[in-house]
Design a protein around this ligand. Structure first.
Ligand code: PGA
Length: 254
């Protein structure tokens, strides 16, 4: 079974209410009837509901950028999975490198967030990737393997059917330094192999793997062509609808 490509737009902490609505409408205009590639946008929490309303009835889905480890209660400032789902969003980013490095989310916290998302039926995009110093020290595979093992070990494959894994080398995020297609493919193949070790070959062959880190319309085609790259998680370039749509269109339909 071929894997359906999937492209996500991570808006991070950008846009205000009006801008989020406009951007959603522009994405809908360009990608709302897109076939052959799933598209998800990840607006900031306060705009989940207005953005899902703007995208209602079209093919673009909506996700949150993070989720609380706990289901409810005295956790000021946190947002529970059920709240996200009740806004009409269906996806959630788990363990984005900015959550790990800026907010201190450990592997253990990331694993709890993944479980919290699965418990309410949100579809998770699990983000992994090495820092520049880890790559330079030759630790890329060890870091990625540790992140995957800690999040996925012990989970049943039937709860993970919607799982997407985003490989995002931290040194490529927001830096303009995109991994070469060969560098990205090498780690993607490693990710798929590690998933096979953890969850079985059939699951690994079906799971969709995104690359993230300075993806733009003009560097997407070479990455799309790699056999283990099934799409992208796009940050900066997702804030402009035409550039975002061009990344989706850069895929040569096969
Ligand atoms: P970038 O961000 O495309 O701006 O590098 C990617 C991401 O953080 O998901």
């Amino acid at each position: 079974m071929p894997r359906t490509p999937i492209v996500g737009g991570n808006w991070k902490m950008n846009t205000d209410l009006a801008q989020a609505g406009t951007l959603a409408a522009e994405v809908r205009h360009r990608l709302g009837s897109q076939r052959g590639c799933d598209v998800v946008v990840f607006p900031p929490f306060p705009f989940l509901r207005p953005v899902t309303e703007r995208l209602d009835g079209c093919r673009v889905e909506v996700g949150a950028q993070d989720v609380a480890t706990e289901a409810k209660g005295a956790f000021t400032g946190a947002v529970a999975g059920a709240m996200i789902a009740s806004c009409g969003a269906s996806w959630v980013l788990i363990g984005h490198s900015e959550r790990r490095s800026v907010f201190g989310d450990s592997d253990a916290v990331v694993a709890k967030k993944l479980s919290a998302a699965l418990a309410v039926g949100l579809k998770p995009v699990l983000c992994v990737g090495e820092s520049r110093s880890e790559r330079e020290a030759g630790q890329t595979f060890a870091v990625v393997r540790r992140q995957l093992e800690s999040a996925l070990a012990g989970l049943a494959t039937d709860t993970l059917r919607a799982l997407v894994i985003a490989y995002e080398p931290v040194w490529a995020i927001g830096t303009g330094l995109v991994a070469t297609p060969a560098q990205a493919q090498e780690v993607h193949a490693f990710v798929r192999g590690t998933v096979a070790d953890l969850l079985g070959r059939a699951f690994a062959d079906a799971v969709r793997l995104q690359y993230g880190g300075s993806v733009k319309a003009d560097n997407a085609a070479g990455l799309w062509a790699q056999p283990d790259i099934d799409g992208f998680l796009v940050g900066g370039a997702s804030l402009e609808a035409e550039g975002f749509a061009a990344i989706v269109r850069a895929r040569r339909a096969d």
